[in-house]
Design a protein around this ligand. Structure first.
Ligand code: GTP
Ligand code: MG
Length: 194
């Protein structure tokens, strides 16, 4: 994928605020602080297009980006961070379900999990919803650079057991080394029909 332009379009919480569903779209979901915004920045080669933060729970809205004027990427708010106010936490489920269930242009969701952690109840909940709405999923294991190569497959085993997905469903990624970037683009392009 050659990214000629990458522009922030708008933030939204409700469907009446989403941009028109005119272009095919891929969204990024996962636990707070897992690295969703960092992955988007690496994909589009723009260090600061999407705000990243060491403070989890930074992204609390759906953020829509226009790429090349031909498709959209959507940074979804993360889940599972203890310090996020309860009122915000309660909104997350309905906000995500409304989006997943009512966005005709949505072609796939990139679901990120951290190589160092076993997916939890909320990760599995999200996978259930994706299945329920029949949305193709692109599973990514991120922060690969945080684990030495010798220990990676052992960590991955725990992720496979928790999710029930096969090894080849996952692309291993690192925002630091950029490994996995090309493979994720290929999977996104296939989902978008490009
Ligand atoms: P929320 O917006 O809170 O849901 O978080 P997010 O999923 O968008 O995470 P974000 O991209 O902001 O990254 C969170 C932190 O993890 C930042 O400090 C990033 O620099 C760091 N980070 C993200 N990806 C990687 C990675 O692949 N390797 C390493 N070492 N750090 C990463
Ligand atoms: Mg973010």
């Amino acid at each position: 994928m050659i990214v000629r332009s990458a522009e922030f379009v708008k933030s939204a919480t409700r469907p009446d605020n989403y941009p028109p569903a005119e272009m095919p779209e891929v969204a990024f979901a996962g636990r707070s602080n897992v690295g969703k915004s960092s992955l988007i920045n690496v994909l589009v080669n723009r260090r600061g297009l999407v705000r990243t933060s060491s403070t989890p729970g930074r992204t609390q809205l759906l953020n829509f980006f226009d790429i090349n004027g031909t498709f959209s990427l959507v940074d979804l708010p993360g889940y599972g961070f203890a310090k996020v106010p309860l009122a915000v936490k309660k909104q997350w489920g309905p906000m995500i379900r409304t989006y997943l269930g009512g966005r005709p242009s949505l072609k796939a969701v990139v679901h990120l999990v951290d190589l160092r952690r076993v997916p939890n109840e909320e990760d599995l909940q999200l996978l259930d919803w994706l299945e329920e709405y029949e949305i193709p999923t692109i599973p990514v294991i991120t922060k690969a650079d945080k684990v030495p190569r010798s220990r990676r497959e052992r960590q991955i085993k725990g992720i496979l057991e928790a999710t029930g997905l096969p090894r080849d469903a996952f692309t291993l990624f690192s925002a630091i080394t950029r490994e996995g970037r090309d493979e994720i683009w290929q999977r996104i392009e296939a989902a978008l029909g490009l």
